[in-house]
Every structure is written in structure tokens, then in C-alpha cells.
Design a protein around this ligand. Structure first.
Ligand SMILES: [Zn+2]
Ligand SMILES: [Zn+2]
Ligand SMILES: [Zn+2]
Length: 118
């Protein structure tokens, strides 16, 4: 009565391991090495690709990319190389030394320290 199920021994085909199986973009003819790469490539042709893009949170920049990791790299341009410095020059000619990578905290700083509030 107990018998090995013979269907269990035959392994299913693995299309990803077939080196001849490549995927070709029907729009531009580009061949990608792995079929799993094609959907990401197709986003480049999508009419509504803006919907898939990640936008730089710095409003004056406008940079957009399809890959989140690219955006994280891009944001370092703002946060490391170009920290925002308070533009206020005091009456003795010295510049306020407050810096921040966050535009909104610089804005708060200016309001608090340099503007006469109520
Ligand atoms: Zn293409
Ligand atoms: Zn940016
Ligand atoms: Zn300041």
C-alpha cells in the first residue's frame, strides 16, 4: 500500500536557469539578461512612468528617478555636499553659523532667531 509518489521525483522546469532564455523589450528591442529585469526596463517606456518615479524631496531640485536606491544616493548631494546655511548676516558682518540639511528646520530657525515674532 505505501508507495512513493512518482510525480514527486520529477523536478519542474526552471526557466530562469536556461541561458538561452532572454527577454527582449518589444518597444526598443533591448535584450535583458534575465526576464525578471524586463518589467523594470519597461517602466522607461510607460506613458505614466512619472507615477512610478521617486522625486527628490527638495522642492527646488525636481530630480526624479525610477529607482529608490538612486534617489537615496542623489539626496546625499543635498545633505552632505551642500548643507543649507542660514543666509542671515549680522550687523557686525558675521554670518549666522546655523546649518541644516533640512530646509524646513532652517526655515524654523530663521523665524525663531532672526524675525521679531509676536
Ligand atoms: Zn525598451
Ligand atoms: Zn535633489
Ligand atoms: Zn541664523
Amino acid at each position: 500500500m505505501p508507495r512513493e509518489d512518482s510525480t514527486y521525483t520529477s523536478s519542474p522546469p526552471k526557466p530562469d536557469q536556461d541561458p538561452n532564455r532572454r527577454a527582449t523589450c518589444t518597444t526598443c528591442g533591448l535584450t535583458v539578461k534575465r526576464p525578471s529585469d524586463l518589467p523594470r526596463h519597461m517602466l522607461l517606456h510607460a506613458k505614466n512612468k512619472e507615477d512610478f518615479m521617486f522625486q527628490c524631496p527638495f522642492p527646488e531640485c525636481g530630480h526624479k528617478t525610477l529607482q529608490k536606491s538612486n534617489l537615496e544616493t542623489h539626496i546625499r548631494i543635498h545633505t552632505n555636499a551642500r548643507p543649507l546655511q542660514c543666509p542671515v548676516i549680522f550687523s557686525d558682518g558675521l554670518r549666522c553659523n546655523f546649518t541644516s540639511s533640512d530646509p524646513s528646520s532652517l526655515h524654523r530657525h530663521k523665524k525663531r532667531k532672526h524675525e521679531d515674532g509676536e
